[in-house]
Ligand binder design. Structure first.
Ligand SMILES: Cc1cc2nc3c(=O)[nH]c(=O)nc-3n(C[C@H](O)[C@H](O)[C@H](O)COP(=O)(O)OP(=O)(O)OC[C@H]3O[C@@H](n4cnc5c(N)ncnc54)[C@H](O)[C@@H]3O)c2cc1C
Ligand SMILES: NC(=O)c1ccc[n+]([C@@H]2O[C@H](COP(=O)([O-])OP(=O)(O)OC[C@H]3O[C@@H](n4cnc5c(N)ncnc54)[C@H](OP(=O)(O)O)[C@@H]3O)[C@@H](O)[C@H]2O)c1
Length: 247
Protein backbone atom coordinates (compact mmCIF):
# COMPACT_ATOMS: atom_id res chain seq x y z
CA UNK A 1 0.00 0.00 0.00
CA UNK A 2 1.35 3.42 -0.96
CA UNK A 3 1.92 5.87 1.88
CA UNK A 4 0.22 9.03 0.57
CA UNK A 5 1.12 12.46 1.89
CA UNK A 6 0.15 15.98 0.83
CA UNK A 7 2.26 18.02 -1.59
CA UNK A 8 1.78 21.76 -1.92
CA UNK A 9 2.06 23.25 -5.39
CA UNK A 10 4.62 26.07 -5.26
CA UNK A 11 4.47 26.79 -8.98
CA UNK A 12 3.10 25.37 -12.21
CA UNK A 13 5.57 26.41 -14.90
CA UNK A 14 3.86 26.12 -18.27
CA UNK A 15 6.30 25.71 -21.17
CA UNK A 16 3.67 25.63 -23.91
CA UNK A 17 0.06 24.50 -24.40
CA UNK A 18 0.71 20.98 -23.06
CA UNK A 19 4.09 20.81 -21.36
CA UNK A 20 4.42 21.91 -17.76
CA UNK A 21 6.59 21.50 -14.68
CA UNK A 22 5.18 21.24 -11.20
CA UNK A 23 7.32 22.63 -8.40
CA UNK A 24 6.15 20.95 -5.22
CA UNK A 25 6.84 21.04 -1.54
CA UNK A 26 6.41 17.74 0.33
CA UNK A 27 8.16 15.85 3.08
CA UNK A 28 9.13 12.81 0.96
CA UNK A 29 11.77 10.27 1.90
CA UNK A 30 15.24 10.62 0.33
CA UNK A 31 15.43 9.26 -3.24
CA UNK A 32 18.11 8.49 -5.83
CA UNK A 33 18.45 10.58 -9.01
CA UNK A 34 16.54 8.80 -11.81
CA UNK A 35 13.81 7.44 -9.54
CA UNK A 36 10.11 8.25 -9.79
CA UNK A 37 7.32 9.07 -7.38
CA UNK A 38 3.57 8.69 -7.72
CA UNK A 39 1.16 11.60 -7.82
CA UNK A 40 -2.49 11.06 -7.01
CA UNK A 41 -5.81 12.81 -6.98
CA UNK A 42 -8.85 11.49 -5.13
CA UNK A 43 -11.85 11.10 -7.41
CA UNK A 44 -15.09 9.58 -6.08
CA UNK A 45 -13.28 8.12 -3.08
CA UNK A 46 -10.60 6.46 -5.24
CA UNK A 47 -7.03 7.69 -5.70
CA UNK A 48 -6.14 8.02 -9.39
CA UNK A 49 -2.36 7.62 -9.45
CA UNK A 50 0.42 7.79 -12.03
CA UNK A 51 4.22 7.61 -11.96
CA UNK A 52 6.41 10.72 -12.48
CA UNK A 53 10.21 11.01 -12.48
CA UNK A 54 11.94 13.63 -10.36
CA UNK A 55 13.70 16.39 -12.30
CA UNK A 56 15.30 17.90 -9.21
CA UNK A 57 18.43 16.35 -7.74
CA UNK A 58 18.14 14.65 -4.35
CA UNK A 59 18.32 17.08 -1.45
CA UNK A 60 16.87 20.08 -3.35
CA UNK A 61 14.51 22.36 -1.42
CA UNK A 62 11.57 21.64 -3.75
CA UNK A 63 10.51 18.66 -5.84
CA UNK A 64 10.06 19.08 -9.59
CA UNK A 65 8.03 17.01 -12.06
CA UNK A 66 8.08 17.58 -15.84
CA UNK A 67 4.92 16.39 -17.57
CA UNK A 68 2.74 16.63 -20.64
CA UNK A 69 -1.03 16.98 -20.75
CA UNK A 70 -2.28 13.86 -22.49
CA UNK A 71 -5.50 14.59 -24.33
CA UNK A 72 -8.32 12.58 -22.68
CA UNK A 73 -5.86 11.38 -20.04
CA UNK A 74 -7.27 10.77 -16.59
CA UNK A 75 -4.64 12.43 -14.39
CA UNK A 76 -2.35 14.65 -16.47
CA UNK A 77 -5.04 17.25 -17.42
CA UNK A 78 -5.78 17.61 -13.69
CA UNK A 79 -2.09 18.11 -12.92
CA UNK A 80 -1.84 20.62 -15.77
CA UNK A 81 -4.66 22.68 -14.21
CA UNK A 82 -3.02 22.96 -10.78
CA UNK A 83 -2.06 26.43 -9.53
CA UNK A 84 0.24 27.56 -6.75
CA UNK A 85 -1.36 27.00 -3.36
CA UNK A 86 -3.24 23.88 -4.53
CA UNK A 87 -2.35 20.51 -3.10
CA UNK A 88 -2.15 16.96 -4.45
CA UNK A 89 -1.16 13.57 -3.12
CA UNK A 90 2.35 12.17 -3.45
CA UNK A 91 3.86 8.92 -2.19
CA UNK A 92 6.33 9.31 0.66
CA UNK A 93 8.62 6.65 -0.83
CA UNK A 94 10.12 6.76 -4.33
CA UNK A 95 10.73 3.79 -6.62
CA UNK A 96 12.67 2.60 -9.61
CA UNK A 97 15.99 1.25 -10.82
CA UNK A 98 16.66 3.79 -13.59
CA UNK A 99 19.58 5.15 -11.60
CA UNK A 100 23.29 5.55 -12.18
CA UNK A 101 24.24 2.95 -9.59
CA UNK A 102 22.54 0.33 -11.81
CA UNK A 103 24.76 1.31 -14.78
CA UNK A 104 28.13 -0.47 -15.14
CA UNK A 105 31.34 1.48 -15.55
CA UNK A 106 32.36 2.61 -19.04
CA UNK A 107 33.95 5.52 -20.86
CA UNK A 108 30.90 7.12 -22.47
CA UNK A 109 27.37 7.45 -21.10
CA UNK A 110 24.59 8.01 -23.65
CA UNK A 111 21.31 9.38 -22.24
CA UNK A 112 18.55 9.09 -24.85
CA UNK A 113 15.07 10.51 -24.25
CA UNK A 114 11.81 11.41 -25.95
CA UNK A 115 9.53 14.17 -24.71
CA UNK A 116 9.18 14.49 -20.94
CA UNK A 117 11.66 11.67 -20.34
CA UNK A 118 14.53 14.15 -20.25
CA UNK A 119 13.43 14.71 -16.62
CA UNK A 120 15.34 11.90 -14.86
CA UNK A 121 18.53 12.78 -16.77
CA UNK A 122 18.38 16.37 -15.52
CA UNK A 123 18.26 14.99 -11.99
CA UNK A 124 21.22 12.65 -12.64
CA UNK A 125 23.25 15.40 -14.39
CA UNK A 126 22.86 17.78 -11.48
CA UNK A 127 24.71 15.40 -9.17
CA UNK A 128 28.50 14.97 -9.11
CA UNK A 129 28.68 11.16 -9.55
CA UNK A 130 28.05 11.09 -13.29
CA UNK A 131 30.93 13.52 -13.98
CA UNK A 132 33.31 11.46 -11.87
CA UNK A 133 32.36 8.16 -13.53
CA UNK A 134 32.18 8.96 -17.27
CA UNK A 135 34.66 10.73 -19.52
CA UNK A 136 31.91 11.88 -21.91
CA UNK A 137 28.16 12.20 -21.40
CA UNK A 138 25.86 12.46 -24.44
CA UNK A 139 22.42 13.95 -23.75
CA UNK A 140 19.87 13.34 -26.51
CA UNK A 141 16.42 14.93 -26.31
CA UNK A 142 13.97 14.04 -29.10
CA UNK A 143 10.74 16.00 -29.49
CA UNK A 144 8.10 16.70 -32.12
CA UNK A 145 8.40 20.51 -32.29
CA UNK A 146 11.13 22.96 -31.30
CA UNK A 147 8.77 24.47 -28.70
CA UNK A 148 8.90 21.11 -26.91
CA UNK A 149 12.63 21.54 -26.18
CA UNK A 150 12.09 22.63 -22.57
CA UNK A 151 14.82 23.22 -19.97
CA UNK A 152 17.13 25.01 -22.43
CA UNK A 153 18.48 27.39 -19.75
CA UNK A 154 19.34 24.46 -17.45
CA UNK A 155 20.94 22.53 -20.32
CA UNK A 156 22.97 25.57 -21.43
CA UNK A 157 24.20 25.99 -17.87
CA UNK A 158 25.34 22.35 -17.82
CA UNK A 159 27.06 22.83 -21.18
CA UNK A 160 28.99 25.80 -19.84
CA UNK A 161 29.92 24.13 -16.56
CA UNK A 162 30.85 20.76 -18.12
CA UNK A 163 31.99 21.91 -21.55
CA UNK A 164 34.75 19.28 -21.84
CA UNK A 165 32.47 16.39 -20.88
CA UNK A 166 28.88 16.92 -22.08
CA UNK A 167 27.60 16.68 -25.65
CA UNK A 168 23.99 17.76 -26.13
CA UNK A 169 22.10 16.59 -29.21
CA UNK A 170 18.48 17.64 -29.70
CA UNK A 171 16.18 16.04 -32.29
CA UNK A 172 13.07 17.73 -33.66
CA UNK A 173 10.98 15.40 -35.80
CA UNK A 174 8.18 17.51 -37.23
CA UNK A 175 9.76 20.80 -38.32
CA UNK A 176 13.24 21.91 -39.39
CA UNK A 177 15.08 23.41 -36.41
CA UNK A 178 18.50 25.03 -36.31
CA UNK A 179 20.91 23.16 -34.07
CA UNK A 180 18.74 20.03 -33.95
CA UNK A 181 18.83 16.87 -36.05
CA UNK A 182 15.65 16.17 -38.04
CA UNK A 183 13.56 13.03 -37.72
CA UNK A 184 13.84 10.27 -35.15
CA UNK A 185 16.70 8.89 -33.05
CA UNK A 186 16.14 5.48 -34.66
CA UNK A 187 16.78 6.74 -38.20
CA UNK A 188 19.88 8.64 -37.09
CA UNK A 189 21.20 5.48 -35.44
CA UNK A 190 20.54 3.37 -38.52
CA UNK A 191 22.40 5.66 -40.91
CA UNK A 192 25.17 6.62 -38.45
CA UNK A 193 24.12 10.28 -38.34
CA UNK A 194 23.88 10.41 -34.54
CA UNK A 195 27.39 9.03 -34.04
CA UNK A 196 28.78 11.42 -36.66
CA UNK A 197 26.99 14.41 -35.13
CA UNK A 198 28.32 13.79 -31.62
CA UNK A 199 31.71 12.48 -32.77
CA UNK A 200 31.60 9.25 -30.75
CA UNK A 201 30.98 5.59 -31.67
CA UNK A 202 28.45 3.44 -29.89
CA UNK A 203 30.38 0.30 -29.01
CA UNK A 204 30.10 -2.30 -26.25
CA UNK A 205 33.70 -1.54 -25.24
CA UNK A 206 33.14 2.17 -24.64
CA UNK A 207 29.41 2.81 -24.19
CA UNK A 208 26.67 2.61 -21.61
CA UNK A 209 23.23 3.69 -22.85
CA UNK A 210 20.16 4.76 -20.88
CA UNK A 211 16.86 4.90 -22.78
CA UNK A 212 13.76 6.62 -21.43
CA UNK A 213 10.33 7.66 -22.68
CA UNK A 214 8.14 6.46 -25.53
CA UNK A 215 8.01 2.64 -25.23
CA UNK A 216 8.22 2.10 -28.98
CA UNK A 217 11.36 4.29 -29.15
CA UNK A 218 12.85 2.28 -26.28
CA UNK A 219 12.11 -1.01 -28.07
CA UNK A 220 13.29 0.16 -31.48
CA UNK A 221 16.50 1.75 -30.21
CA UNK A 222 17.27 -1.28 -28.06
CA UNK A 223 16.93 -3.53 -31.13
CA UNK A 224 19.37 -1.31 -33.07
CA UNK A 225 21.86 -1.31 -30.19
CA UNK A 226 21.66 -5.11 -29.89
CA UNK A 227 22.67 -5.27 -33.56
CA UNK A 228 25.75 -3.23 -32.65
CA UNK A 229 26.72 -5.80 -30.03
CA UNK A 230 25.49 -3.95 -26.95
CA UNK A 231 23.47 -6.02 -24.47
CA UNK A 232 20.60 -5.44 -22.07
CA UNK A 233 21.80 -4.46 -18.62
CA UNK A 234 20.39 -6.87 -16.07
CA UNK A 235 21.36 -7.14 -12.41
CA UNK A 236 22.21 -10.82 -12.84
CA UNK A 237 23.96 -10.19 -16.16
CA UNK A 238 25.42 -6.69 -16.54
CA UNK A 239 25.23 -5.23 -20.05
CA UNK A 240 25.09 -1.84 -21.73
CA UNK A 241 21.41 -0.85 -22.16
CA UNK A 242 19.35 0.37 -19.18
CA UNK A 243 15.73 1.32 -19.90
CA UNK A 244 12.60 3.00 -18.50
CA UNK A 245 9.30 3.10 -20.41
CA UNK A 246 6.78 5.82 -19.63
CA UNK A 247 3.70 3.91 -20.81
C1 LIG B 1 8.22 4.95 -14.38
C2 LIG B 1 7.38 6.02 -15.05
C3 LIG B 1 7.75 7.35 -14.96
C4 LIG B 1 7.01 8.33 -15.60
N1 LIG B 1 7.41 9.63 -15.53
C5 LIG B 1 6.72 10.58 -16.20
C6 LIG B 1 7.16 11.95 -16.19
O1 LIG B 1 8.16 12.30 -15.54
N2 LIG B 1 6.43 12.84 -16.90
C7 LIG B 1 5.31 12.48 -17.60
O2 LIG B 1 4.69 13.35 -18.25
N3 LIG B 1 4.87 11.21 -17.61
C8 LIG B 1 5.53 10.27 -16.92
N4 LIG B 1 5.07 8.99 -16.92
C9 LIG B 1 3.74 8.73 -17.53
C10 LIG B 1 2.64 9.04 -16.48
O3 LIG B 1 2.70 8.09 -15.44
C11 LIG B 1 1.22 9.01 -17.05
O4 LIG B 1 1.04 7.85 -17.80
C12 LIG B 1 0.90 10.22 -17.92
O5 LIG B 1 0.98 11.44 -17.18
C13 LIG B 1 -0.51 10.11 -18.52
O6 LIG B 1 -1.45 9.94 -17.51
P1 LIG B 1 -3.00 10.21 -17.78
O7 LIG B 1 -3.76 9.62 -16.62
O8 LIG B 1 -3.25 11.64 -18.07
O9 LIG B 1 -3.28 9.44 -19.11
P2 LIG B 1 -3.73 7.94 -19.31
O10 LIG B 1 -5.21 7.90 -19.29
O11 LIG B 1 -2.99 7.08 -18.36
O12 LIG B 1 -3.21 7.75 -20.84
C14 LIG B 1 -1.96 7.14 -21.13
C15 LIG B 1 -1.53 7.46 -22.55
O13 LIG B 1 -0.94 8.74 -22.59
C16 LIG B 1 0.23 8.77 -23.39
N5 LIG B 1 1.36 9.19 -22.50
C17 LIG B 1 1.56 8.85 -21.21
N6 LIG B 1 2.66 9.47 -20.69
C18 LIG B 1 3.16 10.22 -21.67
C19 LIG B 1 4.28 11.08 -21.75
N7 LIG B 1 5.08 11.30 -20.70
N8 LIG B 1 4.52 11.68 -22.92
C20 LIG B 1 3.71 11.47 -23.98
N9 LIG B 1 2.64 10.67 -23.97
C21 LIG B 1 2.36 10.05 -22.84
C22 LIG B 1 0.39 7.37 -23.94
O14 LIG B 1 -0.18 7.34 -25.23
C23 LIG B 1 -0.41 6.53 -22.99
O15 LIG B 1 -0.95 5.38 -23.57
C24 LIG B 1 5.82 7.98 -16.30
C25 LIG B 1 5.42 6.63 -16.34
C26 LIG B 1 6.20 5.66 -15.75
C27 LIG B 1 5.75 4.23 -15.84
N1 LIG C 1 4.22 17.63 -28.22
C1 LIG C 1 3.12 18.26 -28.62
O1 LIG C 1 3.17 19.24 -29.33
C2 LIG C 1 1.78 17.73 -28.20
C3 LIG C 1 0.67 18.31 -28.75
C4 LIG C 1 -0.56 17.80 -28.36
C5 LIG C 1 -0.63 16.77 -27.44
N2 LIG C 1 0.49 16.25 -26.90
C6 LIG C 1 0.38 15.15 -25.91
O2 LIG C 1 1.61 14.56 -25.68
C7 LIG C 1 1.64 13.21 -26.18
C8 LIG C 1 2.82 13.06 -27.11
O3 LIG C 1 3.89 13.63 -26.47
P1 LIG C 1 5.33 13.83 -27.07
O4 LIG C 1 5.30 14.53 -28.38
O5 LIG C 1 6.10 14.41 -25.95
O6 LIG C 1 5.81 12.31 -27.19
P2 LIG C 1 6.07 11.31 -28.38
O7 LIG C 1 4.86 11.07 -29.17
O8 LIG C 1 6.71 10.15 -27.70
O9 LIG C 1 7.15 12.04 -29.33
C9 LIG C 1 8.41 12.49 -28.89
C10 LIG C 1 9.44 12.21 -29.94
O10 LIG C 1 9.66 10.81 -30.03
C11 LIG C 1 9.61 10.40 -31.38
N3 LIG C 1 9.21 9.00 -31.50
C12 LIG C 1 7.98 8.49 -31.38
N4 LIG C 1 8.01 7.15 -31.58
C13 LIG C 1 9.29 6.81 -31.85
C14 LIG C 1 9.96 5.61 -32.15
N5 LIG C 1 9.32 4.44 -32.23
N6 LIG C 1 11.28 5.64 -32.37
C15 LIG C 1 11.96 6.79 -32.31
N7 LIG C 1 11.39 7.98 -32.03
C16 LIG C 1 10.06 8.00 -31.79
C17 LIG C 1 8.63 11.36 -32.01
O11 LIG C 1 8.81 11.36 -33.41
P3 LIG C 1 7.56 11.56 -34.46
O12 LIG C 1 7.24 13.01 -34.45
O13 LIG C 1 8.14 11.06 -35.74
O14 LIG C 1 6.41 10.72 -33.96
C18 LIG C 1 9.02 12.67 -31.34
O15 LIG C 1 10.12 13.23 -31.98
C19 LIG C 1 0.35 12.96 -26.88
O16 LIG C 1 -0.13 11.71 -26.44
C20 LIG C 1 -0.50 14.10 -26.44
O17 LIG C 1 -1.30 13.70 -25.36
C21 LIG C 1 1.69 16.73 -27.29
Amino acid sequence: MANWIKAEVIENRRWNKDLFSLILHADVDPFTAGQFTKLGVEIDGKIIQRAYSFVNPPGAKHLEIYATRVQDGLLSPRLHALESGDSILITKESSGFFTLDEVPQSEHLWLLSTGTAIGPYLSILREEAVWQRFRKVVLVHAVRFSADLSYQAEINELQQKRSDQIIVQPFVSREPTMGALSGRITHALEDGLLERAVGLKLTPEKSQVMLCGNPQMVKDVRALLLEKGLEKNLRKKPGHITTEQYW
